[in-house]
Design a protein around this ligand. Structure first.
Ligand SMILES: [Zn+2]
Length: 277
């Protein structure tokens, strides 16, 4: 999240190759409501079942618009002239974007956020959602954090999420969710909904991924900030997730695991259904 010291160019060159293609099939839920017997009448609902031809069950996220913001971008390190440009996030001026962090052995945050986002988009689309990502690949530059917020706003998203992993000290570990604060600005009307979304995300990630609550920030993995452009400028319910600390060995092992990333994507998709119910 924070602007971090530039990594050595040689290491970043390796990081640029770190994007993993998304594998893993997703089985769409095929639930259908059983025809219930009518209590008291003594008649089973057989005639109704015959009268009404079976239709495909409605998908859980049909009609919903979800914007996923994969933090940073794999090409950011090549264009400091672009990403260091200052933008207005209402409470302060900040860099347009940052390179993000990486594990000690060179798995970049940008590659991580891209991989989780692709997995999540696939799960959400299988449930009928319209999904937009704020970037199209992990080889480009930006967009600026202001633009990342604008994409969610323009889509009139039912919810948006910005996916990150942190770069804290090596003994810090665990995940946390960041929600917006009121700033006398455009995010104010969606602060309460964002808090509800954040709680659903926190609960699902705790339950389904085995990543503990962060031991170095927030309270029970919940944090509220007014310095993030992606939140301050959002007019739709939005949260950030810092999925773990890439500089901690235990967290890094999880973040580098494709099956763990799939668990995270599934937890997030489930939390969106909980929130949107
Ligand atoms: Zn980040």
């Amino acid at each position: 999240m924070k602007t971090r010291p530039a990594l050595a160019a040689a290491a970043l060159a390796v990081l640029g190759l770190g994007t993993a293609a998304c594998g893993g099939g997703v089985a769409a839920g095929a639930e259908s409501a059983p025809a219930a017997a009518q209590p008291g009448t003594g008649k089973a609902a057989v005639s109704e079942a015959v009268a009404a031809p079976a239709e495909a069950p409605a998908k859980a996220l049909q009609g919903k618009v979800i914007v996923i913001d994969p933090g940073h971008n794999g090409g950011n390190y090549k264009r400091p002239d672009v990403i260091n440009k200052q933008v207005d996030v209402l409470t302060q001026k900040k860099a347009c974007d940052t390179t993000g962090t990486a594990t000690n052995d060179g798995y970049s945050e940008a590659a991580f956020t891209w991989d989780v986002s692709v997995r999540l988009a696939k799960l959400l689309r299988a449930e009928g959602a319209t999904v937009k990502l704020t970037r199209e690949n992990n080889t480009g530059v930006g967009p600026c954090i202001t633009q990342r917020a604008a994409i969610g706003n323009k889509a009139k998203a039912d919810l948006a999420i910005s996916i990150h992993a942190d770069g804290a000290g090596s003994t810090s570990h665990g995940f946390h969710v960041i929600m917006p604060k009121k700033i006398n600005g455009p995010v104010d009307p969606v602060v309460a909904k964002s808090a509800k979304l954040g709680l659903a995300v926190r609960n699902a990630v705790k339950k389904q991924t085995g990543m503990p609550y962060a031991n170095y920030i927030g309270k029970n993995a919940l944090d509220y900030r007014s310095d993030l452009g992606g939140l301050n400028l959002s007019t739709v319910p939005k949260v950030f997730i810092e999925s773990g600390n890439m500089r901690n060995a235990g967290d890094a092992a999880k973040l580098k695991s494709s099956s763990w990333r799939q668990d995270l994507a599934e937890a997030l998709a489930g939390s969106f259904q909980t929130y949107l119910k």
